[in-house]
Design a protein around this ligand. Structure first.
Ligand SMILES: Nc1ncnc2c1ncn2[C@@H]1O[C@H](COP(=O)(O)OP(=O)(O)OP(=O)(O)O)[C@@H](O)[C@H]1O
Ligand SMILES: [Mg+2]
Length: 238
C-alpha cells in the first residue's frame, strides 16, 4: 500500500468574494497517475494553483510527503519536488527553446544539473534538440507542449501536474503526449493530470476525481469512472 504523496484536505479557495473551491479533498499516492476531471470553470486550474501556492486556500490544508505546505512559498515547492505544466503552456514566446528549458531549472537543487537535465529532455523530445535555438513562439502547438513539459522536467520533479496538456492538439499529438505521460510515470514520476479529454485521461490513469462547481462529485478507479453512466452522459455525450 503506497502512502499519500499529496493530500488535499477540505480546502476552500476564493478569488476575492467569489468562492471557487468548497471543502475539496483528495489524495494522490506515490507512483500513481490520477486524473482530475471537470467541465469548464469547475475549478481544476484553481486546484492546481492552490497546490503550487499561487492561490493559497483560505481554509483546509495541503500536505506533500506529510508536510503542510501552508508556510512553503511557491518557489520552495519546486525544491520539494513539485512541478506544473500550466494550462496554455505559458512559454516565453521571445525566448529560445533552450532558454525556456533553462528557466525551468530554478532552485538550488536543479541549477547544478542543468546540463544533465537538458540532455534528458532532449532524449525524451529529440524535436526540441533540433530546435533549441528557435524562439518558442514559432513552435507548432505540439512542439510548444513538449517544451512546456520539458521545462517542468528541468527541476527533476517527483510529482508532476499537467493542466490540459492535450488541449488544441491533433489526435496524433494527443497520443504522443499521453505516451510521454506514461513514460514519465514509468520512470518514477507521480502524476496529477487535469483533462477534459476524459477518454484518453482515463486510459492512462489509475484513479480519477470529478469536480463540479468546486466540489468533489465522484471518485473511483479509472475503469469505474469510464463505465459510470453519469460521466458517460456528461463528458462523452453517450
Ligand atoms: N483570477 C481569477 N479571478 C476571478 N475568478 C477567477 C479567476 N480565475 C478563475 N476564476 C473563476 O474560478 C472558476 C474556476 O476556474 P478554473 O480556471 O479553476 O476552472 P477550470 O476547471 O480550470 O476550467 P477550464 O476547463 O475552462 O480551464 C471559474 O468560474 C472562473 O471564472
Ligand atoms: Mg483550467
Amino acid at each position: 500500500m503506497s502512502e499519500a504523496l499529496l493530500q488535499v484536505q477540505a480546502i476552500d479557495v476564493a478569488y476575492g468574494d467569489i468562492q471557487v473551491l468548497h471543502q475539496l479533498s483528495f489524495e494522490v499516492r506515490e507512483g500513481e497517475i490520477v486524473t482530475l476531471l471537470g467541465s469548464n470553470g469547475a475549478g481544476k486550474t484553481t486546484t492546481l494553483r492552490a497546490i503550487t501556492g499561487l492561490r493559497p486556500p483560505s481554509a483546509g490544508d495541503i500536505r506533500f510527503r506529510g508536510q503542510s505546505l501552508q508556510a512553503v512559498p511557491p518557489a520552495a515547492r519546486a525544491s520539494l519536488g513539485m512541478a506544473l505544466v500550466p494550462e496554455g503552456r505559458e512559454l516565453w514566446a521571445q525566448l529560445t527553446v533552450r532558454e525556456n528549458l533553462e528557466l525551468g531549472a530554478y532552485g538550488p537543487q536543479a541549477r547544478p544539473h542543468i546540463g544533465r537535465n537538458l540532455e534528458r529532455v532532449f532524449t525524451l523530445f529529440p524535436r526540441l534538440a533540433e530546435r533549441q535555438k528557435q524562439v518558442a513562439g514559432s513552435l507548432s502547438g505540439g512542439e510548444q507542449q513538449m517544451c512546456a513539459i520539458g521545462r517542468a522536467l528541468m527541476s527533476e520533479p517527483s510529482f508532476l501536474m499537467l493542466d490540459e496538456p492535450s488541449l488544441g492538439l491533433a489526435p496524433l499529438l494527443v497520443d504522443q503526449v499521453m505516451k510521454t505521460i506514461a513514460e514519465l510515470h514509468a520512470g518514477g514520476i507521480t502524476i496529477l493530470l487535469v483533462e477534459q479529454n476524459l477518454h484518453r485521461a482515463l486510459e492512462v490513469s489509475q484513479r480519477g476525481f470529478v469536480i463540479e462547481t468546486g466540489r468533489l462529485r465522484l471518485q473511483g478507479s479509472s475503469a469505474e469512472l469510464a463505465e459510470n453512466p453519469e460521466i458517460r452522459a456528461a463528458y462523452l455525450g453517450l
